[in-house]
Design a protein around this ligand. Structure first.
Ligand code: DAT
Ligand code: MG
Length: 138
């Protein structure tokens, strides 16, 4: 059986703030393996598919606008329970309450915008990981 894989994104705020290396360091230090990595400027259709579950929510349009505002680093990472493990490294969605020690808790904050800019995305289930990896690496 091959090890589990997940999709990690360093969002445009993380890339713009020069935090890509720090975020990759945390993923690698935890012991996960980087299988593939690419710098992507995402178009609207990719982002709408990626975030389809949030269509209709008040932050959906701001989210798509934010995610298309600059380059994203997309990472295919591998390891036993990496999906759950990276979500734990990332911390809670809201960076104000994300625990210190997590990526969002240590490096993120609320900027008073319509969408939270919280540095990273991580797939939330094996079904999401499979779907999202196909979208970003094909
Ligand atoms: P996560 O990225 O932790 O899986 P999510 O899938 O619920 O969170 O939402 C996707 C992104 O949308 C999230 O990273 C930040 C933004 N977001 C979510 N809920 C929000 C809210 N209530 N207000 C503003 N932005 C929000
Ligand atoms: Mg999510």
């Amino acid at each position: 059986m091959s090890a589990e894989e997940t999709l990690i994104l360093v969002k445009p705020d993380g890339v713009a703030r020069g935090l890509t290396g720090e975020i990759l360091r945390r993923v690698e230090s935890k012991g996960y393996r980087l299988v593939d990595i690419r710098l992507v400027t995402a178009d609207r259709s990719l982002l709408a598919e990626h975030y389809a579950e949030h269509e209709g929510k008040p932050f959906f349009e701001p989210l798509l606008e934010f995610m298309s505002s600059g380059p994203i680093v997309a990472i295919r990472a591998e390891g036993n329970r990496v999906i759950e493990g990276f979500r734990a490294l990332a911390g809670a969605t809201d960076p104000t309450v994300a625990l210190p020690g997590t990526i969002r808790g240590d490096l993120g904050r609320d900027w008073g915008l319509k969408v939270q800019q919280n540095l990273v995305h991580g797939s939330d289930s094996s079904l999401s990981a499979e779907r999202e990896l196909k979208l970003w690496f094909s």
